[in-house]
Design a protein around this ligand. Structure first.
Ligand code: 4F9
Length: 252
């Protein structure tokens, strides 16, 4: 693992400085230092050819807003892309980002993330783009924050990015469910106690309690996540308990 870069991520942006601080903290910083990922920040303006280094222009046919120039984008992408690259344009029209898509992207060896303006890019630039990805149905000032989101989600799945004590928590036993409640010391805060089962030392009971809490939370807060789920026998039993058992209201 040491010294071997698992993935390269090239980010094409008009504001590469936006990425500096977020990528110099925490797990992303450590992953870069360990050589798990190599991130290159590339200024799209470097690929403008005219003497004003113009990167956008007025739309043909008129209308509001500026359009990013096709030649600038095409030159930049061609300069960085390799045979095996995935060129991704961050756009509200794109494929919705999900953990499944993150897993797909994490399997690539070279991602090129193109950040644009919402007004858009010249249609001809799509000839160098492999896929569009959206992080949600809202409009931002540009694709930079979506590119940070994709980068962060992908990096934590790369081998060696998380420490031995951490796990990406993918197909673990609560996979596809919301997290169960967590507690740490002290045992009591302002009269609020840690659930008895967690200090019982009974590993099986703890696992069962956590699974039940995760199911309960998901049912109450994100029932949509359960629609596609194949419940196992234990999960069916726990759901029955949740639905048909009167339990104290504990905010969970
Ligand atoms: C991109 C929003 C991806 C959501 C790009 C303005 C965007 C976006 N997901 N908004 N430029």
């Amino acid at each position: 693992m040491k010294g071997k870069v698992h993935m390269q991520i090239d980010i094409l942006s008009l504001f590469p400085e936006m990425f500096v601080s977020p990528f110099e903290s925490s797990i992303v910083k450590r992953a870069r230092e360990k050589g798990v990922v190599n991130i290159n920040l590339i200024n799209l303006r470097d690929f403008a050819r005219d003497r004003h280094q113009q990167v956008d222009d007025y739309p043909y046919g008129g209308g509001a807003g500026m359009v990013m120039k096709a030649d600038v984008i095409m030159r930049a992408v061609k300069a960085v892309r390799k045979e095996h690259s995935q060129v991704i344009y961050l756009s509200p029209r794109g494929r919705p980002l999900s953990q499944a898509l993150v897993r797909e992207l994490a399997a690539a060896s070279h991602l090129v993330l193109l950040c644009g303006h919402y007004e858009g890019i010249d249609e001809r630039a799509y000839t160098v783009i492999d896929q569009e990805v959206s992080i949600g149905d809202y409009v931002l000032t540009g694709g930079e924050i979506p590119a940070m989101v994709v980068t962060d989600a992908v990096i934590r799945l790369l081998p060696g990015a998380l420490g031995a004590e951490e796990s990406p928590e993918e197909e673990s036993f609560t996979g596809g469910l919301l997290e169960y409640p967590h507690y740490t010391r002290p045992q009591e805060v302002e009269g609020l106690k840690v659930p008895e089962v967690l200090i019982s030392g009974h590993h099986q009971n703890i696992e069962r309690w956590r699974k039940k809490q995760a199911l309960k939370r998901t049912l109450l807060q994100r029932p949509d996540l359960l629609l596609e789920r194949n419940f196992d026998e234990e999960e069916r039993q726990l759901l029955m308990e949740i639905i048909f058992t009167r339990e104290e209201h504990d905010g969970q």
